[in-house]
Design a protein around this ligand. Structure first.
Ligand code: G
Ligand code: G
Ligand code: MN
Ligand code: NA
Length: 251
């Protein structure tokens, strides 16, 4: 059977698609500031399949809309048990091209009873470059509703600074390809990260660094003025129960 057929079955099943949550921490205080929901697919015979494989399939087949609804519903239900903790969910540009996207999100928020201010949606730079004005309209409507928007993988796409101002997102996530180079000999990645953080601050945006794996990177990002840190150094993506335990202060 094709991967498309298998993925369709996975969406119909109760247990193949799961959601893990990776915590984000304040660089200054070390306190948990939020979590990012990350989809996982446990294939009945092939084992765990990574999103970099199934997200493109989901986008090409239109099944991304069903995946998005599933992940968002799971994330919002989990958020109910976590007080006012921010929960971030990744959104594909394909979902944002649907004129009804904002309404679908609003329905899930109302059905689960969470405060829209708890939710952050992570969009990619391809959303900014999209000629179709629907993405922009959806982002504006989502923000009017109180949902925050983060620009994911910042620095890897082609978004111009003027587009960044127009779209008025709330925060940017510095792509891990830049974070990886911090502490390496040339020093150019450290300069790029500093420039991105300074640019974000100048335009009133919050910053999260992705892919923080070493204490040296953490130290550098603290000094650079980055707001939040996310990466395997602090925590890999974990289960809903593990986040609940982390919040309760147990170890
Ligand atoms: O979790 P992992 O590092 O394997 O994620 C790989 C990529 O898949 C990342 O770019 C991440 O944003 C994306 N991804 C993970 N979960 C989702 C999801 O629920 N929806 C979308 N659109 N992308 C996701
Ligand atoms: O593109 P996006 O930022 O949504 O990707 C999130 C993905 O990054 C998740 O799949 C997660 O597993 C992965 N990730 C999170 N922290 C780290 C890290 O410290 N190093 C690396 N290499 N990947 C990470
Ligand atoms: Mn993301
Ligand atoms: Na990213």
């Amino acid at each position: 059977r094709s991967i498309e057929q298998d993925f369709r079955r996975a969406l119909d099943s109760e247990d193949q698609i799961t959601v893990l949550f990776q915590p984000l921490f304040s660089a200054a205080s070390g306190q948990i500031t939020g979590v990012e929901a990350l989809a996982r697919w446990d294939h009945p015979t092939k084992g765990r399949i990574t999103p970099s494989v199934f997200i493109p399939v989901a986008e090409d087949t239109g099944l991304i809309e069903r995946l998005g609804e599933k992940v968002l519903t799971i994330a919002c239900r989990a958020a109910r048990g976590w007080g006012s903790l921010k929960v971030a969910v990744n959104v594909s540009v394909v979902e944002l091209r649907n004129p009804n996207y904002c309404m679908k999100v609003a329905n899930i928020i109302m059905a689960t009873g969470i405060n829209p201010r708890q939710l952050e949606l992570e969009v990619t730079e391809s959303t900014l470059a999209d000629k179709n004005g629907t993405c922009e309209a959806n982002i504006a409507a989502l923000r009017d509703f109180g949902i925050r928007i983060a620009l994911d993988d910042f620095g890897t796409g082609f978004s111009s600074l003027s587009r960044l101002k127009q779209l008025t997102v709330d925060s940017i996530k510095v792509d891990r390809s830049f974070v990886r180079g911090i502490g390496s000999s040339s020093g150019s990645d450290a300069s790029i990260v500093q420039a991105i953080i300074d640019l974000a601050k100048a335009t009133g945006l919050k910053t999260t660094a992705e892919g923080v794996e070493t204490a040296e990177q953490e130290k550098h990002l603290q000094l650079a003025g980055c707001d939040d840190l996310q990466g395997f150094l602090m925590s890999e993506p974990v289960s809903e129960a593990a986040i609940t335990e982390l919040l309760s202060g147990k170890h």
